[in-house]
Design a protein around this ligand. Structure first.
Ligand SMILES: *Cc1c(COP(=O)(O)O)cnc(C)c1O
Length: 225
């Protein structure tokens, strides 16, 4: 029987190899790309294993699940789930980075409850349908201005999830165009959060600096989350 350590370790090695391959193909440096291990639904023991494998950035979608894990394992903790206003204060207590901000009122509320600095990615919708969250591209500058004039939030960049019915290359090419335009106005937005287990290589080709990978490293989750 293979141990959980061996399972995660060998999955991680495959993911790392693919990251290197995609970076090489895109003529980018490997160290431009941050791997966030998405630990949602998995136990804290898995996070300890990841830490022992030198992975120190973790992603969670639910505040309640994240609190005990983030307090048990030091690292850089990312929140990429749907935002509920009443959870923002708690999220701000453990998250170093939030990837899923797409509303003005949440930016204002987050700024108010943050005790420490928080990095912020603005989530942009690539299909206009809001199905997977995200602001319309035309609303980004208003959101970015709010982040910049906040007291506690740092604008890191844009985040997107590829629509389910579009080829990932097409989706991320569109994202790259939106991001280039955005970055021209907001040069401090140095980062692009895109790519999950089934499309992170494509995201890297199109400029992602932060990829959020769960199931390829930790295995499939019991329910769609
Ligand atoms: C769950 C989730 C991920 C990781 O998904 P995998 O397919 O397991 O890699 C990445 N980003 C977001 C926004 C997620 O909800």
């Amino acid at each position: 029987m293979t141990s959980r350590y061996e399972e995660i370790s060998s999955n991680l090695a495959i993911v790392q190899e693919k990251i290197e391959g995609a970076a090489k193909l895109a003529q980018r440096m490997r160290d431009e790309i941050t791997l966030i291990a998405v630990t949602k639904t998995f136990p804290v023991s898995d996070v300890h294993i990841l830490a022992s494998l030198n992975i120190h950035e973790y992603g969670e979608n639910r505040d309640g699940d994240a609190v005990p894990k983030a307090s048990a394992v030091p690292g850089i903790w990312h929140f990429q789930g749907q935002i509920q206003s009443n959870k923002l204060k708690s999220i701000a207590s453990w998250a170093d980075v939030i990837h899923s901000l797409d509303e003005l009122r949440h930016i204002a509320a987050l700024d108010k409850v943050s005790a420490a600095r928080i990095g912020v990615f603005l989530q942009v919708s690539l299909d206009g349908a809001q199905g997977r969250g995200g602001a319309q591209p035309s609303d980004l500058s208003e959101l970015a201005d709010a982040v910049i004039s906040s007291a506690n939030l740092d604008l890191m960049g844009l985040m997107a999830v590829a629509p389910l019915d579009v080829k990932s290359d097409e989706a991320f090419e569109k994202l790259a165009t939106i991001y280039a335009k955005f970055k021209a106005s907001y040069p401090e937005a140095k980062f692009l959060s895109a790519g999950m287990s089934n499309d992170f290589e494509s995201a890297i080709i199109h400029g992602a600096t932060h990829i959020r990978v769960g199931s390829s490293i930790l295995g499939s989750r019991p329910s769609a989350q």
